[in-house]
Design a protein around this ligand. Structure first.
Ligand code: PEP
Length: 252
């Protein structure tokens, strides 16, 4: 199931930044020209309040931008939520859905994550669907069961559109902990996810599966060299231009 898939590196700024620090970070990224090439695309997913600023700063550049979440609803009495149509108005290219911080802190279910992915795709926004097991689940030998269950909900809801999503495997125990999955551990889970995607959609060879969880300049190349790892979703290291550029270069 080997196919040429462009690598994709996405920064997840989480709830970090200010107008001033964002401007500095983006200027440094643009000046460094991360390898947005035939082999690797780069994007940053930023706090919603900065979407307009960031879209203006990145306009005309090869760095795409996206959101960190989206509402499952089109419009209505959903205080605090932001619809996919609103994101699309600003030219949003991606949105993360189902990040483990939202699954745990906001009790987002597999079904809600699937609805969010569907809402994004309906507006032409590519959902980056996060799946991943907790440490307790890994230690109980449940990794495959958990990630397959999470992905299955999305595949089922998106049906033939499932081929349009990006999947991010993010083991919860590796996020923000400095403890990344080894290349072999990550590759093992990615291969399982790709086989599942292939069986369900027939597009396993072209769908991108990113790895996320304590990716750094020092471990990115080994992770990205794995046959089923198509790039990364980068948290902490995406806040530092030099670190993020090093990771982008490892993908290019
Ligand atoms: C993330 O938040 O998606 C993430 C992978 O974080 P970190 O790179 O900091 O582990």
């Amino acid at each position: 199931m080997r196919a040429v898939r462009h690598k994709l590196v996405v920064g997840n700024w989480k709830m970090h930044g200010s107008r001033a620090s964002n401007a500095d970070l983006l200027s440094a990224l643009l000046a460094a020209q991360p390898p947005v090439t035939d082999d690797a695309d780069v994007a940053v997913c930023v706090p919603a309040v900065y979407l307009q600023d960031v879209s203006a700063r990145l306009r005309g550049s090869a760095i795409a931008w996206g959101a960190q979440d989206v509402s499952a609803h089109d419009q209505g009495a959903y205080t605090g939520e932001i619809s996919a149509a609103m994101l699309a108005e600003f030219g949003c290219r991606y949105t993360i859905v189902g990040h483990s911080e939202r699954r745990t802190q906001h009790r987002e279910s597999d079904e809600l994550v699937a609805q969010k992915a569907q809402a994004a795709l309906a507006q032409g926004i590519t959902p980056i669907v996060c799946v991943g097991e907790s440490l307790a689940e890994r230690e109980a030998g449940q990794t495959e069961v958990v990630v397959k269950r999470q992905l299955s909900a999305v595949i089922h809801r998106l049906a033939h559109c499932a081929a349009e999503m990006v999947v991010a495997y993010e083991p919860v125990w590796a996020i923000g902990t400095g403890r990344n999955a080894t290349s072999e551990q990550a590759q093992g889970v990615h291969a399982v996810l790709r086989a599942q995607l292939h069986a369900a959609t027939g597009h396993g060879a072209t769908l991108k599966i990113l790895y996320g969880g304590s990716v750094k300049g020092s471990n990115a190349a080994a992770l990205f060299a794995q046959p089923d790892i198509d790039g990364g979703l980068i948290g902490g290291a995406s806040l530092n231009a030099a670190d993020f550029v090093a990771i982008c270069r490892a993908a290019g």
